[in-house]
Write a protein that binds this ligand. Structure first.
Ligand code: ADP
Ligand code: MG
Length: 358
């Protein structure tokens, strides 16, 4: 559906003598039809630029952008406008016309596309019904809540029945509850309308709630791209690691770890919890085999795409020899003996999550 081939974007420096700035460098990325891709990265990483390259709101300095097999760089103005109508866009600040009604905002792109006044009204009403705002059609944007405004923004983007929806921080201005409502709506846009979604966000919780795949940008480059569960379970790049940890929060913090270590010297073990049921079974077998009991000292397990992911830190109880034998029976990847004794955070996560998911 969307294919970026070695795409780069360099902005000319603003003002006399200013240096050009490369915001996106060497990005190749394919998004299949019907998928939901999340793009994460710190501020300034090039996410918005990358998103705007997809519909040629930014023209790449080099490389090619193909949408539905059509090379956008090879199209004339009229063809490009037609392709853009097949790509909806949603913004953090909604970008609605204050002077127009809700209906007028949603009808606007249809009028631009040459649809009759009556046809535009009918279609706009239909889309407003889909986003649950039919009743608000005659109101003005400032009379609506932030979440409602964003639903108008989504309705406007869907008015021309696009196959692709680009969302730039669409939920970043919203509170958590409203964010949830907008994410539910975007999920329906994907599943009920079959729209392919590319969504830029700095919130990993958004990725976890909605996306099939995640791409991570850093310094203008794509540093990681994969299935959401796999990336959460085994982040490879340090930037990805930071984002995944912000959403999983499964390991005890430094102070908690100190307290736990003092309370259970040499008897703490952190084990991964993943969708690999065989790994859990192996762990219980091993505990039973050595007659080792445990209490849960810390736990952080949540769901990622419907499957469990996280880790638990267990305090082991039993004879010293049995505990030692149990620990010896665990492979390095199945457990970090004392969650973080000598390994930095990153390595520990790799260790803790590597095996079970592989
Ligand atoms: N029109 C522009 N002219 C010059 N520099 C720009 C322009 N747009 C963005 N940039 C720069 O490109 C970098 C990436 O910006 P952006 O794509 O907005 O990042 P993100 O969305 O990840 O925060 C930033 O350093 C930004 O200042
Ligand atoms: Mg941005």
């Amino acid at each position: 559906m969307i294919e970026l081939r070695d795409v780069a974007k360099t902005y000319p420096g603003a003002g006399r003598g200013a240096k050009p700035f490369t915001a996106v460098e060497d990005v190749s990325l394919t998004v299949a039809a019907g998928r939901v891709l999340g793009i994460v990265g710190h501020s300034g990483a090039g996410k918005s630029t990358l998103l705007r390259l997809v519909n040629h709101l930014e023209v790449p300095t080099s490389g090619r952008v193909l949408v539905d097999g059509r090379d956008l760089g090879a199209l004339d103005g009229r063809e490009l406008r037609a392709v853009r109508r097949s790509i909806g866009m949603v913004f953090q600040q909604f970008n609605l016309f204050r002077s127009r009604t809700v209906l007028g905002n949603v009808a606007y792109p249809l009028r631009l596309a040459g649809v009759s006044r009556a046809g535009a009204r009918a279609r706009a009403t239909e889309v407003l019904r889909f986003v649950g705002l039919e009743e608000q059609a005659r109101r003005h944007p400032e009379q609506l809540s932030g979440g409602q405004r964003q639903r108008v923004g989504i309705a406007r983007a869907l008015a021309t029945s696009p196959g692709v929806l680009l969302c730039d921080e669409a939920t970043s201005a919203l509170d958590p509850h409203t964010t949830g409502e907008v994410l539910d709506l975007l999920r329906r846009v994907n599943t009920e309308l079959g729209v392919t979604i590319v969504l830029v966000t700095h919130e990993m919780d958004v990725v976890r709630a909605l996306c099939d795949e995640v791409a991570v940008m850093s310094g203008g480059r794509l540093v990681e791209h994969g299935d959401v569960y796999d990336v959460f379970a085994r982040p490879r790049h340090p930037v990805t690691e930071v984002f995944v940890r912000s959403a999983l929060r499964d390991l005890p913090g430094d102070a908690a770890r100190e307290r736990l270590r003092a309370r259970h010297p040499g008897r703490l073990v952190t084990v991964p919890v993943t969708r690999d049921a065989a790994a859990s079974a192996r762990l219980s077998r091993l505990l039973r085999a050595h007659g080792v009991d445990f209490t849960v000292a810390h736990a952080g397990v949540g769901e990622v795409r419907g499957a469990p992911l996280g880790s638990v830190t267990l305090a082991l109880h039993g004879e010293d020899a049995d505990v030692d034998a149990f620990l010896a029976g665990l492979t390095a990847r199945e457990a970090a003996r004392d969650a973080t004794e000598d390994a930095p955070h990153g390595a520990t996560r790799e260790e803790a999550h590597g095996k079970a998911v592989a």
